[in-house]
Design a protein around this ligand. Structure first.
Ligand code: AMP
Length: 225
């Protein structure tokens, strides 16, 4: 059995973070922690927290740092992440969140930050065709990679829908926020020698193979002190 992984996935909206996080969580047998899925579930539940989150999600704005950091801190202190690790998807999105993550993960820290590299022209096309399971977050694309039964998730049987925030205006707004607030994290993780850049075009299988090959190589070469 492989030794697990403590890692996160960076990348623009539509780079394939959700798709790859689901696959990597199966491969490394670790929980997939998606802040976006957590907020969407809260919105669906209609709770007070969900109503607060909905305003940000619908506008394509970032949920305030303190709120997101609290959610991730609570999740990462659960026992299922302590032995084999986790795949973080959609967190961190700001330098402040990345700094908070350092404290949350101390003393063991993070193994790697995978960055899925893709041009904006490609992601605009992908986002228009993206469909997502409203229960487990599995990603599909129409017409190229639909669920086997229309509208029903292959993985969990949940409802497969277009996300409310995948409208053209909200997508452009989210990409602007990405450039301003999240792209600086690439350099931030590079300076910490944790960054693993991965070319994100190709089939989902090809991208997963690239990530696993590179992650395993880095884990093998890691000093064992
Ligand atoms: P995602 O599914 O990762 O694209 O996230 C969907 C939405 O959830 C984002 O547009 C934000 O409104 C919110 N969100 C998810 N993760 C974060 C985060 N780390 N910081 C702030 N807002 C977030």
């Amino acid at each position: 059995m492989n030794p697990g992984a403590r890692m996160l996935i960076l990348g623009k909206q539509g780079a394939g973070k959700g798709t790859q996080a689901v696959r990597l969580s199966r491969h490394y047998v670790v929980p997939h922690i998606s802040t976006g899925d957590t907020f969407r579930a809260a919105v669906r539940s209609g709770s007070e927290f969900g109503q607060l989150a909905k305003q940000y999600l619908d506008a394509g704005d970032l949920v305030p740092d303190d709120v997101v950091i609290g959610v991730v801190q609570e999740r990462l202190t659960r026992a299922d992440t302590s032995h084999r690790g986790f795949i973080l998807d959609g967190f961190p999105r700001t330098v402040r969140q990345a700094e908070a993550l350092v404290e949350i993960l101390a003393p063991r820290g993070l193994d790697l930050a995978v960055d899925l590299e893709i041009d904006t022209s490609h992601v605009l096309r992908r986002l228009a065709s993206r469909r997502v399971c409203s229960d487990c977050g599995a990603n599909y694309a129409v017409p190229d990679n639909p669920p086997r039964v229309r509208g029903i998730c292959d993985v969990c049987g949940g409802e497969v829908l277009q996300r409310d925030d995948d409208t053209e205006a909200a997508i452009r707004h989210r990409l602007e926020i990405y450039e301003r607030q999240t792209a600086p994290l690439i350099q931030w993780y590079e300076q910490k020698e944790l960054l693993v850049p991965i070319h994100a075009l190709g089939t989902a299988d090809e991208v997963t193979e690239r990530i696993v090959a590179e992650v395993d190589r880095r884990q093998r070469d890691r000093p064992t002190t």
